[in-house]
Each structure stands twice: as structure tokens, then as C-alpha cells.
Write a protein of this length. Structure first.
Length: 303
């Protein structure tokens, strides 16, 4: 296959691992920034052309036809990345994941709604309209309270308010800045840990327990968290699989947390990083992803 990865940072661990595993299996892979693409729709032919402009250059060139696309762009590139992804799929490429699933996962509130609708348990969460009183909204929650911006990643945009007054102050500030924010229960009994599952297709291929560093309530790798390999029960794995399916994702990083009410899904990531979970679990997740892409390609071409 000729594969395109949509990513702004080709040097990232995940990008290099996926490229390496793809090439070992005889495929070629380009890694390109979706923000440097120009999309063209022709009036007289059903072609979906894409032109690319390299950094610091005025000239652009027509990109070739790709068999498959791997979307790995960050939150700042979600809109353009999904538009470019849709363009390539319309032109005949397959993808892991598609643009609509990507958009669902990137909107934290919409993803929580879809998870709840699918019967997947999530922490108590609320989203208040811009004219709804911040004080009244916070009064509906327990304390401490977690506040999350809808489009953050790697723990950025996630805040902990120990007291109601602090939560009100933060929420009012974010509302003034027109940053849409949801409120969520703080799961104290989890003791600053959560579980990251990597789901590919209909199975959990790797799992790790993440620990927040020195009292940090966020256990993300980018916030200095550490991790250890763990094994979930079949029922617990099914929760992660159901979460990915609820959003229509082929590949997902599903974050779980143990609560007094049972295992809850915190969020689902459409382009989860590979570094920490590969090194912790010892699983070659990049290879698993390429194999999944191959299987999807073969299935499409055998129809």
C-alpha cells in the first residue's frame, strides 16, 4: 500500500514507529501536515485533488493517490485535518479512523453523550449554557470538581477545583473567554490513577495503569505520570471496546477509572500516543495498527 499519515510533527515517536513498521511490511508512507494542503474539486471530472506546499516554499505539488490514510493530527488541526481526511476517503482511500468518528472523539461532551447513550458508564458530568449561572452549575456537582475544556489533550485544559468557590471562579473566567467547559466528578478513590487501554478493531491489544506524579491528579505521560503493565478482566476489556465502538473508532486510546460505582470511561482518544504504552506493555502496537489497516484494505478490495 501507499500510505499517508496526516500529522504536523513527523519526528514524533508514534509517527516514526508507524512508518518503520509499515516499511518493514513493504508499504511506503508519507507524513504530511494537513494544514499545508490545498484541496480542489473539479467541475468536469470526479477527481479529489490535493496539492501540498512545503515549509517556506511558494511552489506546491499535486499529491499522488494513496491507498490508505492514518490521521494522527493534534487538536489544533482537527478541523482542517478532518476535511483533508474526508477528501482522500472520497477519492477512494481507506482510513483508520474516519473523519466523523474523529470529530466525535475530539468533542469531549458529545463523546460522553454517545457513550452514555450506548450504555457505557461515565462519571457524573454537566455542561452549562453561556447564560446559565456558573454558581448554579457548580452547585449541581460534588467537590472537589474537575473542569475540562472540550478540546484539550495530554491533560491540558483539565483542572481540579478543591472548593466550590474555586470552581465558580474558574468556570466564570473560562466563560468570559468563551471557552466551553464541562464539569465532572473527581473520583477520589482512584488515588490519582487511571487506566489506558489501546483498542484496535474488536480487541484490547495493550493496557497500562497510569500514576500521577507527586500528587498530580492528572496521570498523563506529558504531565510527568508513570505507568505499569496491568491485565484487565474480559468484562473490563469489553467496556473499552464498547466505548470505541460507540464513537465509531477503528483505533482508540480509552481512558478508564476505577470508582465506587465500578469502572467508568473518562474519555476516548482518536489518535492516542504509542510511546508510553508500547514501552510499558511490551506490545508492538504500531505493527498491530498496520496489520489492521492491511485487513481493512483487503476486505474492501475483495468485495
Amino acid at each position: 500500500m501507499k500510505i499517508l499519515m496526516l500529522c504536523r510533527e513527523p519526528r514524533l515517536y508514534s509517527c516514526q514507529r508507524l512508518k518503520s513498521e509499515a516499511e518493514k511490511r513493504g508499504h511506503s508512507m508519507d507524513i504530511l501536515d494537513p494544514n499545508r494542503c490545498l484541496l480542489k474539486l473539479s467541475s468536469n471530472r470526479p477527481h479529489f485533488d490535493v496539492y501540498y506546499q512545503c515549509n517556506g516554499k511558494e511552489n506546491c505539488y499535486l499529491l499522488p493517490k494513496y491507498d490508505a490514510v492514518l490521521p494522527r493530527f493534534g487538536t489544533a488541526s482537527t478541523q482542517m485535518g478532518c476535511v483533508v481526511l474526508r477528501h482522500f476517503v472520497a477519492g477512494g482511500a481507506i482510513s483508520l479512523n474516519d473523519d466523523q468518528a474523529f470529530l466525535r472523539a475530539r468533542d469531549k461532551w458529545q463523546s460522553l453523550q454517545l457513550l452514555q447513550q450506548a450504555g457505557v458508564l461515565v462519571p457524573q458530568s454537566i455542561l452549562a449554557g453561556s447564560e446559565f449561572s456558573a454558581k448554579s452549575a457548580v452547585a449541581k456537582m460534588k467537590t472537589p470538581t474537575i473542569l475540562k475544556t472540550l478540546n484539550g489533550s495530554q491533560g491540558i485544559g483539565v483542572m481540579l477545583a478543591e472548593k466550590p468557590q474555586s470552581a465558580v471562579s474558574i468556570l466564570e473566567t473560562l466563560k468570559e473567554a468563551k471557552v466551553v467547559t464541562l464539569l465532572q466528578d473527581f473520583i477520589r478513590e482512584a488515588k490519582n490513577t487511571d487506566i489506558r487501554c489501546f483498542v484496535i478493531g474488536d480487541k484490547v491489544v495493550a493496557t497500562m495503569l497510569r500514576h500521577g506524579q507527586n500528587g498530580e491528579f492528572r496521570a498523563n505521560f506529558h504531565r510527568g505520570g508513570s505507568a505499569e503493565k496491568i491485565t484487565l478482566t474480559i468484562d473490563e476489556q469489553q467496556i473499552a471496546i464498547n466505548a470505541a465502538k460507540a464513537l465509531g473508532l477503528d483505533v482508540a486510546g480509552v481512558d478508564l477509572i476505577r470508582s465506587n460505582q465500578g469502572l467508568l470511561v473518562l474519555e476516548v482518544n482518536a489518535s492516542a500516543g504509542l510511546e508510553m504504552i508500547e514501552k510499558t506493555s511490551g506490545v508492538n502496537i504500531a505493527l498491530e495498527m498496520i496489520v489492521c489497516l492491511e485487513q481493512k484494505y483487503q476486505l474492501l478490495n475483495n468485495k
